[in-house]
Design a protein around this ligand. Structure first.
Ligand code: NAD
Ligand code: UDP
Ligand code: UDP
Length: 435
């Protein structure tokens, strides 16, 4: 029969020789049977275990021949089941120990989504949500402040791809949506190499907009409350233009994001790119980098180790803290809604840093002292979002209280400390993340 097909298809003088057809046959066998078996081998150890023990207890090769058809079909069933599992579940790791089952979407519903900065703190939580919805997610990250382990649990999922790439370089992919997060976010990290920070916000955003224009993708920028600078209006609403020092230590980040916003709206108006801009207020949660030097991670790490909590200045400056799950839901609602103006995403629950230090001490039941250090330059004196726009346009508001969020984050950092031993929190000066 095979020869019959051969003779018709090679009738013109041997386009396919018998040897090449045999090669094709064995290649197909290798691709569709042997390789999948190798891929699922790890997951199949348990099911194969009983058969292996049968072989070894009887000793020798010829025992393999004694496996009954029932044994073999059992193995095959397990392999197929495991393969299906791999197509719908994440692989647990010791940092993300929960298996996450993903929805299987039909081709016309499954979107191709690019998340730049997807290996970072916020990005990795966003990736979890998009993956669980069943979309195809490509993470682009240069691992400056992000870590591979934040997305390691998705590494074997067929809907997930990781590209190590710097967004300041052009990127060619085909996608439907772009969540553009790539940019260091904590002051010590974005001040470590200010020129690079400004390149990331400007050239990086330009490249993502050029990409969005070419492939007609929707693009969302994670801007920041820092665009309001040291605000003279309180709380801050989207109509406020801000008060930013253009040449201070924070300006590489603040002005970078302001230019990025300008580019978003220029591409919308000039080239009809479908844009979304989120102005994110201070966000915290698991997977914050232990050395990112932000106030939430610093205070928790200090309190858990009974080290002094370091307050910069007199601690009268205020911040309002939102839990990461709320932010991710807000980003998702913004991307999927119709509104294309800038939207504040934050939790209006406002603390002075002195109050916040006491609060973290209370929740961690820590005996730590509070130590006052020198004030940092251009540190905004107050910050609190007006979120009426998000409520009105996205039907969004934060659901997780600061206390609930802190408890989850404390639990996370307690585990990190258990693994890492002592952690010396990052101080106020410019520094590189310690891996
Ligand atoms: P993060 O530092 O954990 O994540 C940023 C990610 O971007 C990291 O994975 C990093 O490696 C990657 N990255 C940096 N420069 C890059 C480059 N040139 N090319 C490719 N990848 C690059 O920070 P985060 O808290 O997750 O912040 C994510 C986004 O949200 C940032 O755009 C930040 O400005 C914005 N934001 C965050 C907060 C907050 O409180 N977390 C507040 C306001 C705005
Ligand atoms: N770009 C990219 N990927 C694409 C398309 C464009 O990275 O798929 C980059 C491109 O290299 C350029 C930027 O996006 O630096 C802006 O592109 P645009 O087409 O808007 O401007 P132009 O190339 O005409 O300057
Ligand atoms: N801060 C502090 N101690 C720390 C880290 C930060 O008192 O160990 C202060 C910092 O000066 C700022 C506030 O906490 O007033 C929030 O700092 P963070 O770096 O978390 O974010 P941002 O300044 O970007 O809002």
């Amino acid at each position: 029969m095979l020869n019959g097909i051969l003779s018709t298809s090679t009738g013109n003088g041997g386009l396919f020789s018998k040897q090449s057809i045999l090669l094709l046959f064995f290649g197909t066998l290798l691709g569709y049977v042997v390789l999948p078996i190798i891929v699922v081998h790890t997951n199949s150890l348990i099911s194969l275990g009983s058969i292996e023990s049968k072989i070894s207890s009887n000793g020798g090769d010829d025992q393999i021949r004694n496996l009954s058809n029932a044994d073999l079909s059992g193995v095959m069933m397990r392999l197929i089941e495991n393969k299906n599992l791999l197509a719908t579940q994440s692989m647990p790791t010791h940092r993300s120990p929960t298996i996450m089952e993903t929805v299987v979407l039909s081709d016309h519903r499954r979107k191709k989504i690019l998340v730049t900065g997807g290996a970072g703190f916020v990005g990795s939580h966003l990736v979890d949500k998009l993956m669980m919805e069943g979309h195809e997610v490509t993470v682009v990250d240069n691992f400056f402040t992000g870590q591979k382990k934040n997305v390691a649990h998705w590494m074997h999922h067929p809907n997930f791809s990781l590209v190590v790439h710097d967004v300041t370089e052009p990127l060619t992919v085909e996608v439907d949506e772009i969540y553009h997060l790539a940019c260091p976010a904590s002051p010590p990290h974005y001040q470590f190499n200010p020129v690079k920070t400004i390149k990331t916000s400007t050239m990086g955003t330009l490249n993502m907009l050029g990409l969005a224009k070419r492939v007609k993708a929707k693009v969302l920028l994670t801007s920041t409350s820092e665009i309001y600078g040291d605000p003279q209006v309180h709380p801050q609403s989207e109509t406020y233009w801000g008060n930013v020092n253009p040449i201070g230590p924070r300006s590489c980040y603040d002005e970078g994001k302001r230019v990025a916003e300008t580019m978003m709206y220029s591409y919308r108006d000039q080239s009809e790119v479908n844009v979304r801009v989120a102005r994110i207020f201070n966000t915290f949660g698991p997977r914050m980098h232990p050395n990112d030097g932000r106030v939430v991670s610093n205070f928790i790490i200090q309190a858990l180790q009974e080290k002094p909590l370091t307050v910069y200045g007199e601690g009268d400056q205020t911040r309002s803290f939102q839990y990461v799950d709320d932010l991710v839901n807000g980003l998702h609602a913004l991307m999927n809604g119709k509104y294309d103006g800038p939207v504040n995403l934050g939790n209006p629950d406002e603390f002075t840093m002195k109050e916040f230090a006491e609060y973290v001490k209370k929740i961690t039941k820590s005996e730590s002292q509070i130590r006052f250090l020198e004030k940092t330059q251009d540190d905004p004196s107050k910050r609190k979002p007006n979120i009426s726009k998000a409520k009105e346009k996205l039907d969004w508001e934060p659901k997780v209280t600061v206390e609930e969020g802190l408890k989850k984050t404390i639990e996370y950092f307690a585990k990190v400390l258990e693994e890492a031993g002592e952690i010396i929190p990052t101080g106020p000066g410019a520094s590189k993340p310690q891996n």
